[in-house]
Design a protein around this ligand. Structure first.
Ligand SMILES: [Zn+2]
Length: 214
């Protein structure tokens, strides 16, 4: 959906004539955010906001594109900068969850394998089983990360739309296109959540069988 929305709205020029980079810079400036640099990054829709490095990077078609897609995506990335400025709740939570999840992702397989070996060797006690449970809880953390990503992404798009509506003199039709583009992009994160839930369920079902046999 995001690819087809992008294909469509990158062909639609905006009446403002502004590039994605112009839009991002204006939003930052209008909101007294001076420390973030707007830069260019290679690739298609590789746009991202990187707070630690104070960079807002826009991809090939967005950075110097003047389409509705370029305006929408750059305003979305600037929306993330606004979240930090305001101390938005879910971005704070997400930044706590990210390192925990990274660690959990590294530990998941070793813990699972150790649990399986331990329970194969010592079939009389539940020692190994606890490691298997533990590994599944670690896997569940990815679901949590994907879950807290949703409000962050939807909120960034909401802020983007407010900026585009209030400060850029877009027509209703242009605003409609920008919203379409951002909705399609947000669905990527909904899909990400669904995938992580299915992945967890898959392991739970495998081990439900495993525990059932014991
Ligand atoms: Zn985003």
């Amino acid at each position: 959906m995001v690819t087809s929305a992008y294909k469509k709205y990158r062909q639609v020029p905006s009446s403002t004539g502004l590039t994605g980079a112009d839009v991002a810079r204006k939003i930052l400036r209008d909101n007294d955010i001076t420390e973030i640099e707007v830069g260019h990054i290679n690739g298609e829709l590789t746009d991202h906001y990187y707070h630690k490095k104070q960079q807002l990077n826009l991809s090939d078609g967005i950075y110097d594109g003047t389409s509705i897609a370029a305006l929408a995506v750059s305003a979305h990335e600037a929306g993330h900068a606004l979240q930090y400025k305001q101390g938005y709740f879910f971005i704070t939570i997400r930044n706590i969850v990210i390192p925990v999840t990274n660690f959990a992702n590294k530990m998941f397989l070793p813990l699972l394998i150790f649990g399986l070996i331990a329970s194969a060797i010592a079939t009389t006690n539940a020692f190994g089983v606890w490691f298997i449970y533990g590994s599944l809880i670690l896997l569940g953390l990815s679901v949590v990360l994907n879950l807290v990503t949703l409000p962050v992404e939807f909120d960034a798009s909401k802020r983007a739309m407010a900026q585009l509506r209030d400060n850029f003199n877009l027509t209703d039709e242009e605003l409609y296109g920008a919203r379409k583009m951002l909705t399609a992009a947000a669905l990527t994160y909904v899909a990400g959540l669904a995938v992580s839930i299915l992945y967890l369920l898959r392991f739970l079902l495998i081990f439900a069988q495993f525990f059932g046999e014991r």
